[in-house]
Write a protein that binds this ligand. Sequence first.
Ligand code: CAA
Length: 445
Amino acid sequence: MTSVGIDAIAIHAGKLKLDLAETFAPAMGDEPEKYTKGLGLHASSFPDTYEDIVTMGANAAHKLMERKGLEPEDIGRIDVATESAFDHSKPVSTYIAGCLEQVFEGDFHHANKGERKFACVAGTQSIDDAYNWIQAGRNRGRSALVIATDTALYARDDPGESTQGAGAVAMLISEDPSLVELSTEQGYGSADETDFLKPQQQFPSVDGKRSVQVYLARMREALVDYQSVAGEVHPYDIRLVPFHTPFPGMVRKAAVLGYRHMIRNTEIEDALAEEIGPQPREEAFDDDDEYLDAVREYTDALQETDRYREWYDRVVDPTLTISRHVGNWYTGSVHVARASGLMELADAGEDATGATMLVGSYGSGAQAEIHAETVQPGWKDEIEALDIDEQLESRYDLTFEEYETVHDAHNHDEERSFQEFTVPDGEFVFDGWGRMGERKYDYVE
Ligand code: CAA
């Protein structure tokens, strides 16, 4: 079977920053620790008034193509994953292709374009589509461009407001990839759920507490399904577990459940039994509530053990570094987690070639997907080419009043304000509306 996976990544973060501890918490009357410790978030990335899902996606794709020396004829497919689309018919990928055609010679007239929707899992689904297209031999030697782009904004005063973010991740999916190879094995956990949705509205309706439970339940199902095709997964065979990260606190909850599941009936459970006892078994309880209480108690104790903490610090924590400073990017979030984990390994000077990652994607509504990825020999050059640290450092730091203005500027129901906080430099910008209500874009040198 052909080796197919992610050949390269480029990231574009919204150019504004909302500091959650310093700026947002005091305005909301909250303790900063709710954000920094509870949710695990320090800041959100916000789009400036001239940025949107098209500009961020096009800027990421432009950077990726330039760095890899690609021309439009090298790309056979452009798939955009988003849950922030502004058109029910014309896909965002056509807008992005139009932008890229302003700066590259040639065009994308023979590339298949589409838009994928299933909340945050759509970015991973688009990678799947590209993988299948290449494995089917329909790519004529060309690569696919997958772009996950979102403005993850919530209504003002919604509990989700603290987890906002905006940014895009562009990924090149190719044969013989330089970064990671994708496994053929996948696991799914999918059910009709009403936890987070946008029925013909810009900002989501969210049942926040329920959404957390649905994430955990679907992720568990996906792991069981993955193991049914790939075999038992041993937690110490995995170097990184990038999860969909709406906020790092969510991943903290998911990771301990995954670890508990993976160590069941292993020598690790036996070793830990001396400290915290064996895992409760359902058949040993007559009452469901008593069983669930016992499982909760075991999980809390497990989370405090040195053995678990060491595993978490090595395998999960590195994937959260970027997320802490950008918030939720919906479709891009799990792909930011992958990049973050690999950046940490590169910074530590580790040779990760051949290492396995278990990637846990999730979309509300709801579906989780788990697959494995194998780090490829070219990974370090690809990861070291990312400029996300510089982007985060150069963001404009909003006051609370400025944040309110920017939120209004992106709110379709508010009078639009065109005040800009940053000066565009070598990038695509939103340039107003055309005669049929289409959005227009320009490249600013
Ligand atoms: N010091 C330390 N910790 C503190 C604290 C303090 N002073 N104050 C609060 N905390 C902790 C709380 O104990 C809590 O932690 P635990 O969950 O571990 O108990 C955490 O900080 C958050 O506090 P609250 O639960 O009180 O926060 P909230 O009521 O504002 O709601 C939320 C949190 C439900 C996640 C909300 O932000 C929300 O609705 N977010 C949007 C939905 C979401 O992201 N869901 C995640 C799963 S769905 C998904 O993943 C798809 C997607 O991308 C949206």
